[in-house]
Every structure is written in C-alpha cells, then in structure tokens.
Design a protein around this ligand. Structure first.
Ligand code: PBG
Length: 325
C-alpha cells in the first residue's frame, strides 16, 4: 500500500463521495433525550449551567415527549426532582411521586410511539444526595439500598416505563431489579444498566439540574476514572444479572471504554453524553470559540464511531431536527 497508487483524497473530493463512504451515521432513533421534571412549579426553570435545558413542568414535559415521538427519537429518559426529600428517598417509591407520575403522564401522551425510560436511583430523592441509603457510619449501604431500588423499579414499571435505568452503581442492582420486576409480573420491562459509570467531575451541571444535596463525592460506588479493565467486569456482571442493554457514562472522556465495551457486548451499548460535556460545548460556542452545530454533531458522531449504538444527549431533539431538515 503506497503512494502514488493510493490516494485517500480521491474519496474525499465531493460531498457525494464523502456521503457514500461515511462509516458512521447519526439517526434520530439512536438518540435518547434525558429530561428533568420538577414537582410544584408552574413555569419551566432554566438551568444556568445547561443553557437550553430546563426543569420541566408536567405540561412542558408532555409537550417535549410528544415532540420527541414526532421526531422519531429513540427514547426519553426521565429524572424527577421531588418537593421534599428524606433520608431514604421515600418520594421515589410513592406511586404519585414526581417521577412515577411523570412516567404515567408521558406514557398517556405518547403511548407506544416513544420508549419511555425512568432513572432508578435515590440521589434525587434523598436529603443527603447519595445514590443509596446511609449506614450508621455514614457509608452508603449497598444491600439496604438494593431493596429500595427493587421497589422503585416496580413502581416505575407499574407507571408504564418501558425501560428502567439503574444509575446508582450498587453491586447487584440489576439482579434485584430483574427479580422484583419478574415477581411483580413485569417480565417485559427492560433494564438499561449503567454498567460502567465513572465518578466524574463532568456531572457538575446535572447536580444543579436536580438541585442535588450532595456534599462530598461518589467515589465509593462510582468507578475510578483511572480504570479501564474494570469496566469489562462491570459489564459482565450486569449481563449476568439480566441487563437488556448496557451503558457507559460519561462518554467523551471515556471513548476507549465505549470501544472496549462495544467490542465485547452482545447487547446494545448506550453512552451518556453528560451535563458537563454539554456545558463545555455550549460555553465555548457562546464565546464564539467553536462552531456550535458542527461541534455538537461531531461530538455525538464520535461517540457513535467509538461503538455506541445509542447516545443519551441533551441535544437529542435539536440534532433530530437538524437531520430532518
Ligand atoms: C445519578 C445520575 C447522575 C447523572 C445521571 N444519573 C449524576 C451523578 O451520578 O451524580 C448525571 C447525568 C449528567 O451529568 O448529565 N442518578
């Protein structure tokens, strides 16, 4: 293989040739929109660190989900912000709690035209902001948390969620959720397991989005950013526990993990382009330092190229509109 026989530029000469030879594509069906619903507000609340993203009211969430369905998005992932929090996250179990009610409302609106997903985690519901309940010594109690996740999962399935996304990184969470769903008659409710979720500085804006009460960090349960091999263990465990799909999170600083996982996973792989990744691009674009649309598309295409079948991104609807246009 050598020059002048080979000239890779030949296939780059026109837009049509580039289209013909593009290895990766972006489609609306591959994109999942994360959305926040906040209890007790009558107008949507804008987020300072995530320009363009809001905490929804029931009405604006319904509208966003109808639009998501019309655009042909792959799904919507719902996060709830309750009016009151306690040590064990009771509001997450209440069938009329903000998240369960939102799942029901959205489902009533979109039916089977959109895959509706619920976040199964306690951090939005606890007054200490951790993803699980605390033991007497202040540590996050893995096994006591599992029992609550199981009940939370059943409540979300009952509300009509198609897919549950356990994001708390407790050991065994997929197994207990699968067992609880099956025991309650929800054999058809899927689990999208946050398998390799790293303890990341890039979650910062999300914590504003959910008014997080967290002090400290999540390093005793989320993965260490230094680790690559460990992601494969997490994926294997979740597959063994019955995960239908798996996720890597964050995405942009973890493309090696996305590629590793895509190479070994027999089930669909999702990657979550998280709040800080969104905020970085928005901030640079707002300063005129990068071309916003081009940077957004390139960032998500890169995540797909690394091997993600599905991408959770706050730009899902906007990208779908661009693709359509
Ligand atoms: C935890 C959860 C987090 C995100 C999704 N689910 C935050 C965390 O682990 O602190 C972050 C998403 C984002 O940053 O966009 N329930």
């Amino acid at each position: 293989m050598s020059f002048p026989l080979h000239r890779p530029r030949r296939l780059r000469a026109t837009a049509a040739l580039r289209r013909l030879t593009a290895e990766t594509s972006l489609q609306a069906s591959q994109l999942i929109l994360p959305a926040f619903i906040r209890e007790g507000i009558s107008e949507p609340v804008s987020l300072q660190s995530m320009p363009g993203v809001v905490q929804h009211t029931t009405d604006t969430l319904k509208r966003a989900s109808v639009e998501a369905a019309e655009l042909g998005l792959g799904g919507i992932m719902l996060f709830g912000i309750p009016a009151t929090r306690d040590a064990t996250g009771t509001a997450g179990l209440d069938p009329d709690g903000v998240l369960n009610k939102a799942i029901r409302d959205v489902k009533a609106e979109v039916g089977d035209d959109l895959v509706v997903m619920g976040d199964v985690c306690l951090d939005e519901f606890t007054d200490h902001g951790h993803c699980g309940v605390l033991a007497a010594d202040g540590s996050v109690d893995n096994d006591a948390t599992l029992d609550i996740y199981a009940r939370m999962a059943v409540a979300q399935a009952e509300a009509g969620a198609n897919v549950l996304g356990p994001s708390g990184m407790m050991d065994g969470q997929v197994a207990v959720i699968r067992q609880a769903l099956d025991a309650a008659g929800y054999q058809q409710t899927s689990v999208l397991a946050y398998a390799a979720k790293y303890s990341s500085a890039f979650y910062g804006p999300f914590r504003e989005a959910v008014d997080s009460q967290l002090t400290g960090d999540r390093r005793t349960y989320q993965m260490d950013p230094a680790n690559r091999r460990e992601a494969l263990l997490e994926v294997e465990l979740d597959l063994g526990e019955g995960a239908d799909m798996i996720m890597v999170k964050p995405a942009m600083s973890y493309l090696d993990i996305v590629a590793d996982v895509a190479a070994m996973s027999p089930v669909p792989v999702a990657a979550y382009q998280i709040s800080g990744e969104y905020a970085m691009i928005e901030a640079a674009a707002a300063n005129g330092w990068i071309d916003r649309k081009a940077a957004v598309l390139e960032s998500v295409l890169g995540i797909r190229r690394a091997g993600a079948d599905l991408v959770l991104t706050y730009w899902a609807a906007e990208i779908a509109r661009w693709i359509k246009a």
